[in-house]
Design a protein around this ligand. Structure first.
Ligand SMILES: NC(=O)c1ccc[n+]([C@@H]2O[C@H](COP(=O)([O-])OP(=O)(O)OC[C@H]3O[C@@H](n4cnc5c(N)ncnc54)[C@H](OP(=O)(O)O)[C@@H]3O)[C@@H](O)[C@H]2O)c1
Length: 263
């Protein structure tokens, strides 16, 4: 088996590489920080290739696919992503457009290109990394939450199409709650709820993906969060969501709250 993992230089992606590597799977690691991937490669017990790519660039997404299309890849893990914290009228537009390019467009492009190949040979696994953020809107992290909802719904819709085609191609979406990675530092936030170790999430995700699980939600509390998001009225969900986000204050830049609109 051979797997391509995006966002493999740290966090969940790096640990998915460890898990798949320990199963004897050959790896292609993709991210921007080459030295991090070289360090990871030196610890992996399997044949590993490194490709440096900025997936916020559409051109680099297509170029990545061209570089590996003849490699007979069995597993695609679309994991690269990041968050931007702050009120929507204050956050940086350029950063958010980059977020949309990385979290949505790259996932969309790579899923489509690899899925076509996987369908043609009627085999392969795709694991798209969304988030528990996908279950509800996220005031103060609006673009990030919306981007993860896109990944969740895109993946579930494709899963249904594949089922109707009696395809043996497997597609799964991972929706974890807070995980201990570099994510918080990059988004400049501090999560209020305790974070799970990323190896634990990666290990669970890989095993569930190989078991053809459609929706992977690690932990009882996140399963409950998903269930609650379906039951509660939107205003209640938004109130809870705002409260949780507000506790994730940026570490240095104080977040200035505007007047709260009640209608
Ligand atoms: N941590 C959490 O609490 C949490 C919870 C739910 C879901 N998630 C999701 O899990 C995924 C992995 O995040 P993480 O928590 O492991 O965070 P992380 O440690 O910051 O890892 C993010 C990875 O994405 C890569 N990446 C970011 N922008 C990229 C770009 N433009 N091109 C190529 N690679 C890029 C980074 O590599 P380079 O910087 O080297 O390019 C890095 O390897 C993300 O999709 C995130 O939304 C995280």
């Amino acid at each position: 088996m051979k797997a391509l993992i995006t966002g493999a230089s740290s966090g969940i992606g790096r640990d998915i590489a460890h898990v798949l590597g320990s199963m004897g799977c050959e790896l292609i690691l993709v991210a921007r920080r080459e030295e991090r991937m070289e360090e990871l490669k030196s610890k992996l017990p399997v044949q590993t290739q490194i490709i440096c790519a900025d997936l916020s660039s559409e051109r680099e997404c297509f170029s990545l696919y061209e570089q590996v299309r003849d490699e007979q890849i069995d597993i695609l893990v679309n994991n690269a992503g990041f968050g931007v914290f702050g009120a929507f009228d204050k956050t940086d537009l350029t950063e958010e457009l980059k977020l949309i390019d990385t979290n949505i467009r790259a996932v969309h492009i790579l899923t489509k290109l690899f899925l076509k190949d996987f369908c043609a040979r009627d085999s392969g696994y795709i694991l798209n990394v969304s988030s528990a953020s996908a279950f509800a809107p996220g005031p103060l992290m609006a673009a990030y939450y919306a981007s993860k909802a896109y990944v969740l719904h895109l993946t579930l819709a494709i899963w249904k199409e594949l089922q109707h085609q009696h395809s043996r191609v497997s597609i799964s979406v991972l929706c974890p709650g807070p995980v201990d990675t570099e994510f918080n530092r990059k988004a400049d936030v501090t999560f209020a709820p305790p974070s799970k170790p990323s190896y634990q999430i990666a290990n669970y995700a890989v095993r569930q993906m190989l078991a053809h699980k459609m929706l992977i939600v690690p932990g009882v509390s996140m399963k409950l969060a998903k269930f609650s998001a379906r039951l509660l009225p939107e205003r209640a969900i938004l109130a809870v969501s705002y409260h949780l986000q507000h506790r994730r204050q940026p570490k240095q830049t104080a977040f200035k709250e505007g007047p709260i609109r009640t209608s």
